[in-house]
Design a protein around this ligand. Structure first.
Ligand SMILES: Nc1nc2c(ncn2[C@@H]2O[C@H](COP(=O)(O)OP(=O)(O)OP(=O)(O)O)[C@@H](O)[C@H]2O)c(=O)[nH]1
Ligand SMILES: [Mg+2]
Length: 304
């Protein structure tokens, strides 16, 4: 198994401390002392969950389950949330990133502009290079003028190779990267993509075209189609990102900028609403600031 993904997220607890306060601390404090789940208590609880950025649907589902039942008492609220969150994360699937030695592993990275796609690719390239893997980054963002240059800097830093072609069709850049990877036995291709085009339709078309080039030219490859979300955009970001689900068949989410964010509840909202596991977490702007996400560690960090 690929080494980095077994590493423990050492200061996860500190990273999610603001989220833990919003999502667990505030709710538990306000509910725990109550005698029963009155409408007043439930409303208050729902508001707190929503303001932690869990999402309206998920928050109301959680309080609905408490209404008209008398097994769970307010004093059990912490355990109740813990078990519900754990179940939600489990149902969304494994956090283990797809990687297999001896195969071509393709990471197709999508997301709206500015969320941190290119940075994530730089960090991932670096992790793979540390494990002595042969890595190509494919400069599939040919829309923004400086994008290829930015990716070039990251790939040099990481020691990865790059396929770029000024203003070419992104799908043809990806095609070229696949041919190179096959001919020269690379382990990994990281595909960068644009976050903004003239309109959403064009962007989805472009991504779908890249997907079909991969489908056709590397059907035997192991694929991870990852949506990048900025933790700070919370529910808005999540709504925006839903269009990607259909366009490219997402397999997972990378959550960036979790450093300092109080909106880590988005990890749960993604699991609940998109049925996708978070696999990677960005915790800063440096090359080393990438962590493998693990649901059980996250639950422990929130509730422990
Ligand atoms: N604090 C913090 N900043 C980050 C993280 N990841 C990315 N950033 C910053 O976010 C900004 C945007 O990152 P990019 O990687 O350029 O984002 P992008 O999605 O490629 O943007 P477009 O190419 O315009 O679509 C940069 O200033 C990054 O340094 C993170 O995990 N934490
Ligand atoms: Mg970019």
């Amino acid at each position: 198994m690929f080494g980095f993904f077994k590493d423990k997220f050492n200061n996860l607890k500190q990273t999610v401390s603001n989220t833990a306060q919003m999502l667990v601390g505030n709710v538990v404090n306000s509910v725990e002392q109550e005698e029963e789940f009155s409408e007043f208590v439930l409303d208050d609880m729902e508001d707190l969950l929503i303001s932690a950025d869990l999402g309206v649907n998920y928050a109301s589902e959680l309080v609905d389950k408490l209404r008209n039942q008398n097994k769970i008492k307010p004093a059990d609220v912490k355990n109740y949330l813990k078990e519900e969150f754990r179940k939600t994360l489990q149902d969304a699937g494994s956090n283990q990133i797809n990687y297999q030695d001896g195969k071509l592993n393709i990471y197709f990275i999508c997301g709206v502009n500015g969320v941190g796609k290119t940075t994530l690719i730089g960090k991932l390239a670096y992790k793979f290079k540390q494990e002595n893997k042969r890595v190509i980054v494919a400069a599939g963002d040919t829309f923004r003028a400086a994008a290829e240059e930015q990716l070039d800097i990251w790939s040099k830093r990481a020691g990865a190779d790059i396929v770029r072609r000024d203003k070419a069709d992104p799908a043809s850049v990806v095609y070229e990267a696949i041919q190179k990877a096959k001919n020269e036995n690379y382990d990994v291709i990281l595909v960068d993509t644009a976050g903004r085009l003239q309109n959403k339709f064009n962007l989805m078309e472009e991504l779908a075209k890249i997907k079909s080039v991969i489908d056709k030219n590397a059907p035997e490859s192991l694929r991870e189609t990852m949506l990048v979300l900025d933790a700070n955009t919370g529910q808005n970001g999540l709504q925006q990102a839903k269009v990607f689900l259909e366009a490219v068949n997402l397999t997972s989410v990378a959550l960036t900028k979790l450093d300092g964010s109080a909106k880590g509840a988005i990890i749960l909202a993604v699991a609940k609403e998109m049925k996708l596991p978070v696999k990677l977490v960005g915790v800063g702007e440096k090359m080393e600031d990438l962590k493998a996400f693990n649901s059980e560690e996250f639950i422990e960090a929130l509730f422990g």
